[in-house]
Design a protein around this ligand. Structure first.
Ligand SMILES: Cc1ncc(COP(=O)(O)O)c(C=O)c1O
Length: 385
């Protein structure tokens, strides 16, 4: 049987990983500034995370949501404390798309409305509602087409206000990434998020903060939306939540009430997933990783800004992007194959950095030197190999 060929893959098989490093089957070491797409939050195979999962496996890995699972309460408690939203409620699922799907559905249950506002260059996942609010037609099948989604330009307060003025009473929810990831590291302005909050309050709509990629400490705050100083009604979380163990969740404001059977999942919130998620929070806390995301992220951004060939260096914490001019279009490829450094990308010409929140300064320094070497090599036509 062959694999269904939907991914353009790099010809590398990773067989071992530790911290910010991975190794291929030939023993070649790579610095990982991509984190398997922002997933590795506390570092690959962190010993505390491994131990917690192993210990849990010895006890019980899974039972369904038909019985009490105390680990879910422990996770909810810790998440409430960490996010600064102790009065919110937690619903656990398995992936970012599921988080978006449940958030949008819950908003509609809550206010009985159908229309959703989403923004240009958004990405919220591949399932039916999640892909319908994603601004990329090529990801949507005909069956995903719907009249319920209104796309507006990102960070455009006038367009948002006008849309609410015209159709405000029909709007169920507004969904927005605090920092767009797949769209190319575009930071939502604080005033824009404040405007969303104000209009949702005025018209009875639900503000959904997609924190799947930009959340869980990546920006230096637990939720990047918190820079705006206003709360969302629902936060979606996934990627960094399990450090590679599939676990996702939504945080739900207290005024949104639960009803039996409105939402549900077989695997969501299983014992093993909760143990992994708890381990991640314990490490973020004990190793002060939010602080590291701020300082190492600041260092990286300042160093990148000082490289004249790179344009529009942007982002927050350890979610950083920059534009690469046409003559340096091989930079990402050369970083991987010559310098052995994984980075992320966004079309057409953005390099994205999504490393572990535990990235060390010396690894950041090594990356900056590698970027400078490769730029010089491309511009002079001399290989650094
Ligand atoms: C902002 C955002 N939301 C949702 C998703 C979907 O997450 P998943 O791939 O886990 O379904 C992603 C994935 O890249 C994302 O970046």
């Amino acid at each position: 049987m062959s694999l269904f060929d939907v991914y353009p893959i790099n010809d590398i098989a990773i067989v071992k990983a530790k911290g910010s490093y991975v190794w291929d089957e030939k023993g070649e070491q790579y610095l990982d500034l991509y984190g398997g797409h922002a997933v590795i939050s506390i570092g690959h195979t962190h010993p505390h995370w491994v131990k917690r999962i192993e210990e849990q496996l010895e006890k019980i890995a899974f039972y369904s949501n038909s019985v009490k699972i105390p680990l879910q309460h422990q996770l909810a408690e810790k998440l409430g404390q960490f996010s600064g939203k102790p009065d919110y409620q937690l619903f656990l699922i398995n992936s970012g798309a599921e988080a978006a799907e449940n958030a949008l559905k819950l908003a509609s249950f809550h206010n009985g409305r159908k229309k959703i506002i989403a923004f240009s260059k958004s990405f919220h996942g591949r399932t039916s509602l999640a892909v319908a609010v994603t601004d990329n037609k090529s990801y949507s099948a005909p069956v995903n087409e719907t009249d319920n989604v209104i796309f507006l330009p990102f960070n455009d307060e006038a367009a948002l206000t006008e849309c609410f003025r015209k159709t405000g009473k029909e709007i169920s929810s507004v969904i927005i990434e605090g920092i767009q990831g797949v769209g190319g590291i575009n930071v939502a302005e604080n005033s824009f998020l404040q405007k969303i909050r104000a209009l949702c309050d005025e018209y009875g709509a639900v503000y959904i903060a997609d924190s799947v990629q930009c959340g869980y400490g990546r920006s230096g705050k637990f939720f990047s939306h918190d820079f705006a100083g206003v709360n969302a009604d629902i936060y979606t979380m996934a990627k960094g939540m399990g450090n590679g163990f599939p676990v996702a969740g939504i945080l739900i404001a207290p005024h949104i009430k639960a009803k039996h059977f409105q939402l549900g999942t077989t695997f969501g919130g299983n014992h093993l997933a909760c143990a992994a998620a708890l381990a991640v929070l314990e490490v973020i806390e004990s190793e002060k990783l939010l602080g590291n995301a701020v300082t190492t992220g600041h260092y990286l951004k300042e160093q990148l800004k000082a490289i004249p060939e790179l344009q529009n260096v942007r982002g927050r914490g350890l979610m950083i992007g920059f534009d690469v001019p046409e003559e340096l279009k091989d930079l990402k490829k050369n970083l991987l194959w010559k310098q052995k450094i994984f980075t992320g990308e966004a079309k057409p010409n953005v390099i994205r950095l999504l490393p572990s929140l535990a990235l060390r300064k010396r690894d950041a320094e090594h990356f900056i030197e590698a970027v400078k070497e490769e730029i010089a090599a491309i511009l002079t036509g001399v290989s650094v190999e």
